[in-house]
Design a protein around this ligand. Structure first.
Ligand SMILES: C[S@@+](CC[C@H](N)C(=O)[O-])C[C@H]1O[C@@H](n2cnc3c(N)ncnc32)[C@H](O)[C@@H]1O
Length: 629
């Protein structure tokens, strides 16, 4: 934001607040995925090594996929990345709750089930798009302001919109960037879909706004040159030692051919002072600001089951034009990870985030399978390389600060309401212990954020100060790896902590005294360990999801076995007690829906170690189990 800038035009909306309140929270790494070291060929390793030596930005770098609200994610990245990101592309959702539902595939047959929005997604939707333009603009203002700060001096920001909000966001961005020259392009992405409207012109394009910070920005026009159309080439009829050309007339007083093209050699000979040769630029046609690119049809090979997934070729143009290999590319509304996948294939470093666990999971799998996806260079070929190592992270501090501006009274009512549903009694006078059910104290998570281990730790400290040792933690959503962290905490503090999910239907309840709603513990994973021919074999024998609220009736009918719910599982056979490193993994793909249920490791490699099994269900939720051998 240009500090001294006094905008001559400004957009106003109800509740506009230009002071963006931010907090920086620590990141927690929940999974480290390194297929590069295991799968890259010697030749690929050597090429990467050369690249690393030539470009120090790769040294010690790990790509990052972060689960969380991007406002908090970006604010927490500022310390490390202020002015460091070379290209940001975002495709924020607008106006449809459908952005948060998805079709997921179940089990071996791949039957389709509808995934409902999580409470956090639902709340975000209700607070922004669901409330109309003013709240949407405030939400976007805050996020664009953070992106502006993260963007490098030579960087560009691309914002993908449609006819509903493009003009509003453009004025907001003018205000944030502060200079007229910062606005470079309004790109029109035109596509074909069925024309069904007889009441207006059928809407067949999206708009992508492109902004830069300063005049010295990265733009590789040459990388995007394309072929000329036949009819254009046909005009270059003549050729000399320089190349193909057309003869054109010069303007000016007395010119016999003002502005005319396609003159004859005879005319050129007769009027040399009024003609010139316009040569064909052999390098190809320069890129323009309207693109015809097909949308992804439902059977496209690159489809990963995400409704709003964008075509890779669209991102390819943007990334090639506005970044160079080794540059840092980010997408803070990453969805199915199109930007990150293309950045990976084009040798850029990347950071992505999304609010949905499902989106994060889809992206994780998409990146893990990047070798089999289409190459960006040789058309029709496979990319053929594993992804560079990446981590999956979430923000680990609990967001109590958010309630600084909500009414204390409403909060109390919310806790009372949940306690009543859970059939527990209020326990006034404590900070984080909200109630008591029998001998168990109860701690309740807030409505708009996930429960994290830090928060439970604080509640446990309060519990122990009272000389008690049993705690029920009720929450709408738990941070990733929660169960694993809880196991360690229970051992260290000698307490009994239960993680219990507040069912979604609680939100619909009018009178909690009259309703009987079931609360369920987190899913349970059973793993059998066996020694066989010098190997240690882990087998998943049960995966018990008590809470089937994510499932519609028809899905529950489809389910044949516990394993139908498992989409991905991974083993860290050398767990260090803190960081889960995915050393072996297996998952269902669109082409191959089968899933192994056994992992076998050499005794010499795994014995004496702690092992952790991580299962991710078809909705993207993870469940972990610590295994001792
Ligand atoms: C239109 S989709 C992006 C699709 C993506 N371009 C692709 O190709 O798959 C928008 C995404 O923004 C995410 N989202 C919405 N609000 C968010 C927020 N506050 N923080 C992070 N992600 C958010 C949604 O979960 C959704 O996955």
């Amino acid at each position: 934001m240009a500090d001294l800038f006094e905008p001559d035009v400004e957009l106003r909306w109800r509740g506009k607040d230009t002071k963006v309140k931010t907090v920086s929270l620590p990141f927690q790494t929940v999974e480290h995925i390194d297929l590069w070291d295991v799968q890259a060929s010697e030749e690929q390793q050597a090429v990467f090594e050369q690249m690393r030596q030539a470009d120090p930005r790769w040294e010690g770098w790990t790509n990052r996929l972060i689960w969380g609200d991007n406002k908090n994610v970006m604010a927490s990245l500022l310390d490390e990345f202020e002015g460091q990101i070379d290209l940001i592309y975002i495709d924020p959702p607008f106006a449809t709750g459908a952005n948060f539902t998805a079709k997921v595939e179940v089990g071996e047959a791949g039957d389709k089930a509808e995934k409902a929005a999580s409470i956090i997604e639902q709340k975000t939707y209700n607070d922004t798009w669901g409330r109309g333009r003013a709240s949407y603009l405030q939400m976007m203002y805050e996020r664009l302001a953070l992106m502006y700060r993260l963007l490098s001096a030579t960087g560009s920001l691309y914002v993908h919109l449609d006819y509903r909000m493009d003009s509003y966001i453009r004025v907001v961005m003018d205000e944030l960037f502060g200079k007229e020259e910062s606005f470079l392009n309004e790109i029109i992405w035109a596509y074909k879909t069925r024309e069904t409207s007889t009441r207006n012109w059928n809407r067949k394009h999206d708009t992508i706004l492109m902004y830069v910070k300063q005049a010295d920005y990265t733009f590789n026009a040459d990388a995007l040159r394309g072929a000329y159309p036949e009819e254009y080439l046909a005009r270059f009829k003549h050729e000399d030692e320089i190349g193909k050309y057309v003869i054109r007339g010069k303007g000016g007083e007395g010119s016999p051919f003002p502005g005319q093209g396609d003159l004859t050699p005879e005319q050129e000979k007769k009027y040399p002072e009024w003609t010139y040769r316009q040569y064909l630029d052999d390098a190809g046609r320069l890129p323009r600001d309207w693109w015809e690119i097909d949308i992804l049809n439902s059977n496209a090979a690159e489809r990963v089951g995400f409704r709003t997934q964008k075509p890779e070729v669209l991102l390819e143009r943007i990334i090639r034009a506005s970044s160079n290999p080794g540059d840092l590319v980010a997408d803070f509304f990453c969805g199915s990870g199109t930007t990150l996948t293309v950045a990976e294939k084009l040798g850029r470093r990347w950071i992505g985030s999304d609010l949905g666990k499902f989106a994060i999971h889809i992206t994780r799998k998409r990146l893990m399978e990047v070798a089999a996806s289409k190459d960006m260079e040789g058309k029709g070929q496979e990319y053929g390389k594993p992804p560079h190592p990446f981590v999956i992270q979430n923000l680990s501090e609990y967001k109590t600060y958010q309630f600084a501006d909500t009414e204390e009274e409403n909060r109390e009512k919310y806790f009372e309401f949940i306690l009543e549903l859970y059939r527990a009694e209020p326990e006034p006078g404590h900070d984080l212990l909200h109630g008591k059910k029998g001998r168990h104290y109860v701690h309740i998570g807030e409505l708009d954020s996930e429960m994290t281990i830090e928060n439970v730790r604080r509640a446990v400290a309060e519990l122990k100060a009272l000389g008690a040792d049993k705690l029920d933690v009720l929450a709408w959503e738990f941070a990733m790896n929660m169960d694993l962290d809880i196991e360690t905490l229970q051992q260290a503090e000698d307490v009994d902590v239960k993680l219990i999910r507040i069912p979604r239907e609680a939100l619909q309840v009018k009178d909690p005294r009259k309703e009987n709603i079931h609360f369920y513990e987190m899913p349970r994973l059973d793993v059998a360990v066996e020694r066989r021919d010098g190997q240690v074999v882990l087998r998943i024998i049960d995966f018990n999801v008590y809470n089937l609220e994510d499932f519609s009736e028809d899905v529950i009918e489809i389910l044949e076995s516990y394993s139908d719910l498992i989409d991905y599982w991974a083993v860290d056979y050398d767990y260090d007690g803190q960081h889960f490193v995915s050393r072996w993994q297996t998952y269902r793909t669109r082409k191959d829906r089968s899933l192994e249920l056994e992992f076998a490791g050499e005794e010499s490699q795994v014995c004496g170690n702690q092992m952790v099994v991580k299962v991710v269900d078809i909705f993207g939720n993870d469940t972990n189990k610590l295994v001792e051998v």
